[in-house]
Structure formats: structure tokens, C-alpha cells
Design a protein around this ligand. Structure first.
Ligand code: GLP
Length: 249
């Protein structure tokens, strides 16, 4: 594991973008695992700026998003499909056909989960997975107590996650109750993971990730077992640990 602590969310985002751009340049047909949420937005902005200024190309890049809400159409502004277009895909030269997001409007959810999981495998797996983290330590939409062996599956969102994500919706009732998410095993099979953590609200989750017992109650703790994990945190996310309290080499 390597860990960087940056002064601000902006610095965290710059560092993350720098790592992603290096990897894309090293392997122009890389398969990226992408995350939504407020945390990676500025990282995506830096990727766009770099694409415009330095012409880093995504022509041969493939992407798989972590998750999607069930029952929200692609056109809905709260779908993760819309999110990715709004914050990244519309502004870089990635091919629409190379981008993958679970279909939350499927009539056969089980079949969609199997299709997505198999399609990741058929494409040779994920090379670099970008991850955020939920306040309760969830990754993707893998809520506490999800099996570490899980693959792409349907989840019932916890009340706390629905409340946390309700800021994007008109009301809590509008927040979907289910989502399709890559499983924890799916995420762990990525060759490299880049985890972004920003803000005081995530400080406890970061503390658990680094020092808590590895347990399904806090999904992110499993990341400690990943052979190629990079964590980039901002100082606000370090309030529980203390600025130099990481305790890692
Ligand atoms: C959602 C997403 C996660 C994300 C989390 C944190 O639940 N499914 O992938 O990590 O939100 O979001 P934010 O970055 O907005 O705090």
C-alpha cells in the first residue's frame, strides 16, 4: 500500500489525475474502473483539462463503472450514466461503445449482473480501479456486511447511504432503494486500486480502513489485502488519525 496525504481536495484530485494520466499514457488501451460521487469530480476535471491541453487520448481506453441505481433511466440526471457523461465522457475522446455502466432499467436484474461481471472478465479485467468510499465504509455500493466474495449483484441501499445521497434528489423518497454494484471480489480483482478520500465525514472510514480489523461490517477494510493499493487522502479526512498518524511506511 502507498498513501499520499494532500493539503486539500484539489491537491488530492491533482495527484489522482497525475497517476491516472501516467497509467493511460503507459497503456493507451487500459481498462479503467470508474467511480461516481462528489469525490472524483475534480479528478475528472483535471483529466479533461489535460486532454484538452496535452491531447492525452482515451480512444482505446475501456471503462467499467462501479455501479448504477436500479429503476432510474439513463436520461435521468441522477443516473450514474448521466453523471459520467456530464463530468467526463462528453469532454474526452473515449468511445461511447467502450464505456460500460450496469443497466439499472433491466427487466432481469440477475441476468444483468451476470452479463456485467462476465463482460469485465471477457475484457481482461480492470487495470486501474478508481474508488471513493461511503461514510459507513462502503465501496461501490457494497454496504456493510456484504460478502468479501461477492461479485456484481443487486443491493438494498442502507438508510444512511440513501440519506447521504439524497442531496442530489428532490427528496429522500426519490432516492432509489436498490442499486447494481460490482462486488467486493470484482473490485479486489482489479490489478491496481486508487482510493480517494476527502473530508471529515470520511475520517472514521479511513481510520477503520487503515487500522480496523478486516471485516465485512466495514467493506473498505478488505482493501488492505490488495497487492497494489494507492490511497490519496486530503487533510480533512485525516482528522481522526492526526496528520502524521498514518502509521504506514
Ligand atoms: C455512492 C457511490 C460510491 C461513492 C460514495 C461516496 O454511494 N456508489 O461509489 O464512493 O457514494 O460518495 P461521495 O464521493 O459523494 O462522498
Amino acid at each position: 500500500m502507498r498513501m499520499f496525504v494532500e493539503k486539500s481536495k484539489l491537491e488530492m484530485s491533482k495527484k489522482a489525475a497525475q497517476i491516472i494520466i501516467e497509467e493511460v499514457k503507459r497503456n493507451p488501451s487500459i481498462t479503467l474502473g470508474l467511480a461516481t460521487g462528489s469525490t472524483p469530480i475534480e479528478t475528472y476535471q483535471r483529466l479533461i483539462e489535460d486532454h484538452q491541453q496535452n491531447q492525452t487520448t482515451y480512444k482505446n481506453v475501456k471503462s467499467f463503472n462501479l455501479d448504477e441505481y436500479v429503476g432510474i433511466s439513463r436520461q435521468d440526471q441522477n443516473s450514474y450514466y448521466s453523471f459520467m457523461r456530464k463530468h467526463l465522457f462528453n469532454f474526452i475522446d473515449i468511445e461511447e461503445g467502450n464505456t460500460n455502466i450496469p443497466n439499472g432499467m433491466t427487466t432481469d436484474k440477475e441476468e444483468e449482473c451476470n452479463r456485467y461481471e462476465n463482460f469485465i472478465k471477457q475484457n481482461g479485467g480492470i487495470d486501474l480501479q478508481i474508488l471513493g468510499i461511503g461514510q459507513n465504509g462502503h465501496i461501490g455500493f457494497n454496504e456493510p456486511h456484504t460478502s468479501f466474495e461477492s461479485r456484481t449483484h443487486i443491493v438494498d441501499l442502507t438508510e444512511s447511504t440513501r440519506i447521504a445521497n439524497s442531496r442530489y434528489f428532490q427528496s429522500l423518497e426519490d432516492v432509489p432503494k436498490q442499486a447494481i454494484t460490482m462486488g467486493i471480489q470484482t473490485i479486489m480483482e482489479a490489478k491496481q486500486i486508487l482510493l480517494l478520500i476527502s473530508g471529515e465525514k470520511k475520517a472514521q472510514a479511513l481510520h477503520e480502513l487503515l487500522h480496523g480489523e478486516i471485516r465485512e461490517e466495514v467493506p473498505a477494510t478488505i482493501l488492505r489485502n490488495h497487492p497494489n493499493l494507492t490511497i490519496i487522502a486530503d487533510e480533512d479526512a485525516m482528522v481522526v488519525l492526526g496528520k502524521s498518524g498514518v502509521g504506514l511506511g
